[in-house]
Ligand binder design. Structure first.
Ligand code: FMN
Length: 318
């Protein structure tokens, strides 16, 4: 890496194209979870587009299966980020295969667990972040606790990073680097639907909700749309019916076939309280933008346009 700037692993959004562009620009290109075959192809694309650079993969533990881990090991990726779960056996397996393992955490308790598993470093997420949240306080507020637990291990800060000033503030506070999600959703190489990009750019607020929780009822930050207007309470939480559906669906998720959330998004309607975590991607019909999660962090209110990933890396690096 030439710059202490990492792309967040965002399923379908941070694919080989975006991760390759970020790695080529000198940042850490992290591929978000994909079906194992597509993951393998994306790793190959990053290597083709950014020869000699690190390749990182984000294992979103709620949906990652053995074949994803095997794909990372077989391809010899440099870095794996474990998010929303993990354990000592998995960290050991990856480290034994020569992989540098980062674990995303949002509380001191989670940081201690990650260090006990043997993690090489931490990502400290703040509550202002886009997407799913382990963060419970602002990233710069949580960072000192994560640094204290991590001791000599590197800690990246995630949440609210949209400018060189944000990166500088994180580094001054002791972070080894930053992880940006929302800034990279808004790049030309992003796999996000173009209308999703337009909606979040035009947004005047974000909301922390539990609405898009089918199979995974964890808090997440989105921009409001027809679905949230219809089914969220004033405080952002899902109303009674979708909350019940989400909580009943939680145990089923571990057994759901791969890619099932891609099938569920097809059936989603603003009027029906059945909302999966899948985001609207390029190639999907435009009207799905009103029935799916428009993930974005608070930094979206300070971002003014879609730029090439290389420019985003340069702007974050300062
Ligand atoms: C669209 C989207 C999808 C995300 N998916 C994941 C994921 O699969 N795994 C993960 O570790 N973090 C995920 N995140 C969270 C990011 O890792 C990161 O914590 C967050 O984007 C940082 O805040 P920012 O959006 O303000 O830059 C996602 C974020 C967004 C915006």
């Amino acid at each position: 890496m030439d710059f202490p700037v990492a792309l967040a692993g965002m399923p379908g959004i941070a694919g080989g194209r975006l991760a390759g562009a970020v790695a080529g620009a000198g940042g850490l290109g992290t591929i978000g979870l994909l079906p194992p075959g597509e993951l393998q192809a994306a790793i190959g694309r990053v290597r083709d587009e950014a020869p000699g650079r690190c390749v990182a993969v984000n294992l979103l533990m709620q949906f990652a299966r053995r074949r994803h881990v095997q794909a990372c090991v077989d391809a010899g990726v440099d870095v794996v980020v474990l998010a929303f779960g993990g354990d000592a056996a998995l960290v050991r397996e990856l480290r034994d295969a020569g992989v540098f393992v980062l674990v995303m955490v949002g509380t001191e308790h989670q940081a201690r667990a990650a260090v006990a598993w043997g993690a090489d470093g931490l990502i400290a997420q703040g509550r202002e972040a886009g997407g799913h949240l382990v963060g419970t306080v602002a990233a710069l507020e949580f960072l000192p606790q994560a640094l204290a637990v991590a001791q000599e291990r590197p800690v990246f800060l995630a949440g609210g990073v949209a400018t060189a000033g944000d990166t500088a503030a994180a580094l001054a506070a002791g972070a080894a680097g930053v992880v940006a999600g929302t800034r990279f959703v808004l790049t030309e190489e992003s796999g996000a639907h173009r209308e999703y990009q337009r909606r979040i750019l035009a947004a005047g607020a974000t909301v922390e909700t539990t609405l898009f929780g089918l199979g995974w009822p964890l808090r997440h930050r989105v921009v409001p749309n027809t679905a949230t207007d219809r089914w969220c309470r004033a405080d952002g939480t899902a109303r009674r019916i979708p909350a019940l559906v989400n909580s009943l669906s939680a145990p089923l998720a571990r057994w759901a076939p791969e890619n099932s959330e891609r099938s569920v998004i097809r059936m989603q309607r603003p009027a029906i309280p059945l909302f999966s975590p899948a985001a609207p991607l390029e190639g999907m019909p435009e009207q799905w933008v009103d029935r799916a999660a428009l993930y974005a962090g608070e930094s979206v209110l300070r971002i003014n346009g879609v730029v090439p990933a290389k420019q985003a890396v340069a702007e974050l690096a300062g």
